[in-house]
Write a protein that binds this ligand. Structure first.
Ligand code: FES
Length: 99
């Protein structure tokens, strides 16, 4: 799959962490330190919606049991990880590569 538009920069203005859906699958988009990052939206612990959590610094906190994942790498403190995806910003559009 090529890059797919999932949001605009304006969508991340009021909340730096949002959930977006592509073909029925959730992804977590976050903006940290001026860069946009994309993660699989399903927490590997028990399936919580990461995009509905909170962003604290670079860490995405899962809303179900508060596991934290670095939005830049997808890793948590135990070196487990959530899949990450390349992000491209084209003008005001945010695209992610789900290949
Ligand atoms: S489902 Fe995410 S921390 Fe448990």
């Amino acid at each position: 799959m090529a890059f797919v538009k999932v949001a605009t920069l304006a969508d991340l203005e009021s909340n730096p962490l949002i959930e977006v859906m592509v073909d029925g699958n959730p992804y977590a988009l976050c903006k940290f330190d001026g860069a946009v990052h994309a993660l699989n939206g399903i927490c590997p612990h028990q399936g919580g919606p990461l995009g509905q959590g909170e962003l604290n610094g670079a860490m995405v906190t899962c809303p179900w049991h508060a596991f934290e994942f670095d939005c830049r790498t997808g890793k948590n403190e135990w070196d487990e990880s959530v899949e990450t995806y390349p992000v491209k910003v084209d003008g005001a559009d945010i695209l992610i590569d789900l290949a």
